[in-house]
Ligand binder design. Sequence first.
Ligand code: 2P0
Length: 357
Amino acid sequence: MYKEHQSNEIVHTAIATPNIALVKYWGKRDDKLILPMNSSISMTLGEEFNTRTSVLFTDRIKEDIFYINGERQDLSNKDVIERFTIIDIMRRMAGRDDRVMVASENSFPTAAGLASSASGISALVFAVNAALGLNLNEKDMSIIARQGSGSACRSLAGGFVKWEKGSRVDGADSHIRQIAKADHWPDLIDIVVIVSSSKKKVSSRSGMKQTVETSTLYKARPQYAEHMCAEVEKAITDRDFESLGLLTIRDSNNMHAVMLDTYPPILYLNDVSKEIMLAIDDLNSSEGKIIAAYTFDAGPNANILTLEKHRGKVEKAISGIEGIKKLHVTKAGSGPRLAGEGESLIDASILKIKRTE
Ligand code: 2P0
C-alpha cells in the first residue's frame, strides 16, 4: 500500500507547444551534450498543438513512473530515456533523490514530423523547474532541454527564438535568445498541412549523424545557416514577409538537399509534399512576389507561412492536391506556462493518472 498522501506534495503541470524552424538545425558537433553545428531560428506555435505534462516528486514510490498519452512507459524506451536525462540533471541541481511520477499528453500525433519531442521536453523542463523550486530562467532551462532533444530548447520561449550554437565544449553558451515576442507580428500565420501522421522511418537523431558523416554538400551548410540566421532575424525584426518567405523556403530546401546527399540517402518529402512546394511556387510567381513560404522538417507535412490577408489564396492554391489530410492554422504562441489544478493529469492522493477523454 502507498504511504499516506503527504500534504506538501503538489502536482505541477505545464503546457508547452512545438516550434517550427525557419533556419533548421540538422547536425551535431557533440552527440552527448547535443551541441549543434549551426545556430537555428524558429517560431513557437500556438496552443492548437500542445503537450500537457504533470509531475509529482514523492517518496511514496520506489521507482520513477512515466505515462505518455495514458500509457505507462517502459523506462528503457528511447523517448523516456531522453526525458530522464533532463529529470536527472534537474534532480541533481536541486540536491533531490526522491522519485517522480510524470504524466504527459499530446494533443497531436507523436513522431509525425510535428516536433512532439520539442513540446514534450519543454513542458517537462518547465514543470520540473516549478516542482523542484529551481527558479531557472528560460535561458538556463533551454540549456537543460537541449540535452534531451536539440530542437526542444527553442520551445522554452514564445514568439521568435534563436538557438545560439555557442562555441564552448561544455555547452554553457549553447542556449536560446528570444528575438521577438509572440505579439510582434500578429498577422503572420502558419498553415500546418497534414500529409501523413505515421511514424518516420529514419529518426532525426540518426539521420543527422549520417548527414554529417557522409554528405559532401553538408560541409557548406553550417556557415550558410549562420548567414541565414542573421538574415532571418532581420526579416523578423522588420516584419518583412517577402524576405522571410524567401529565406524560409531556401533554408528548407537546403536542408532537404543535404539529406538527399547523405548516403544512404534520406528522403522525408513525399509526392504530396512536392506538389505543395510547386503549388506555392506557382502562387508566388503569379502574384509577382512571395506571399507564402513552405518549410518541411523531418517528415512530409508542410508548414506554410503567410499573412492573414493571403490565407484564402494559399488554401485555394493547395486545395486540389490529393493526399492532404487536414489543415490547422496557428500563429506564434507565447511559450510554456504553468496550468492550474483543474488541468493536472495526476491525482496525488491515490498516485494515479486522471482519465481524460
Ligand atoms: C529543426 N529538426 O531545427 C530540425 C529541422 C528536424 C528538421 O531539430 O537528436 O529531434 O533530439 O537533438 O531536435 C529534429 O531533431 O534531434 C530537428 P535531437 P531533434 O527543428
